[in-house]
Design a protein around this ligand. Structure first.
Ligand code: ADP
Ligand code: MG
Length: 238
């Protein structure tokens, strides 16, 4: 569950091509990080996978099924953004359970799933609080918790830690790694932070103006960067 197959994916905004024919197979349970400088197309690619942005050309398969034209709700994925977008008037419990509630799940099931996610994320003491009474890191955990309760086949993260201060970023990076170990789910994680990429990824995809400059394990990219762009970006001595 959670194998994602990109075939010759392109994105055009009018005459401007921002994603230029990307082929990538993501394995079940893999942690894949998209890195690259601002504007290289990381978010666009992630949003196309999530169904928030139309795919101009190419096909997207999830677990062997063609989902290229499916709406986000049919893809079984969940996105976590850098802005937490929590509902200010709802408690942590209500925020985390909201999508299940709107889907018509019974209260007992919602409570059980929220409790389980809160346990994994160490949010149990905060379930009755409003978002404004939480720290930045706690809010980001709630945002991740909202994804967990939906039990997605894969998690899509778009720079989820970029609004946090440096110390909290390190702590949350560790939390996300633990979450991947605990859940064993496919995760696709966008960042422009090399350290995040190197520490979290099973494989890193380096994007350069809408094309893949290199795909490999952190060690492969560091030891044998394909070109100067990758070397400079990864910070290897080559
Ligand atoms: P990144 O996430 O790597 O910073 P983006 O995926 O946001 O990059 O953007 C890739 C390119 O696509 C940029 O040149 C950006 O200006 C352009 N772009 C993104 N969204 C739109 C849009 N809605 N209309 C036109 N151009 C866009
Ligand atoms: Mg972006």
């Amino acid at each position: 569950m959670g194998a994602i197959d990109l075939r010759k994916i392109e994105k055009w905004y009018g005459d401007l091509q921002v994603i230029k024919g990307i082929d990538l197979q993501i394995n079940e349970g893999e942690f894949v990080v998209f890195v690259g400088p601002s504007g290289c197309g990381k978010s666009t690619l992630l949003r196309m996978i999530g169904g928030l942005e139309e795919i101009s050309r190419g096909t997207l398969e999830i677990d062997g099924a063609d989902v290229t034209s499916d709406p986000p709700s049919k893809r079984g994925l969940s996105m976590v953004f850098q802005s937490y977008a929590l509902y200010p008037h709802m408690s942590v419990r209500e925020n985390m359970g909201f999508s299940l509630k709107t889907a018509g799940a019974p209260k007992s099931e919602i409570d059980a799933k929220v409790d389980e996610a809160a346990r994994v994320l160490k949010l149990e003491p905060y379930l009755d609080r409003r978002p404004k009474a939480l720290s930045g890191g706690q809010r980001q955990r709630v945002a991740i918790g909202r994804s967990i309760v939906r039990d997605p086949t894969a998690f899509l993260f778009d720079e989820p830690l970029s609004n946090l201060d440096a110390a909290l970023r390190v702590e949350m990076r560790y939390e996300i790694a633990k979450l991947h170990n605990a859940l064993g789910r496919t995760m696709i994680y966008v960042t422009h932070d090399q350290v995040e990429a190197m520490t979290l990824a099973d494989r890193i995809v380096v994007l350069e103006y809408g094309t893949i400059a290199q795909v490999g394990t952190p060690r492969e990219l560091y030891q044998t960067p394909a070109n100067l762009f990758v070397a400079q970006f990864i910070g290897s001595p080559a």
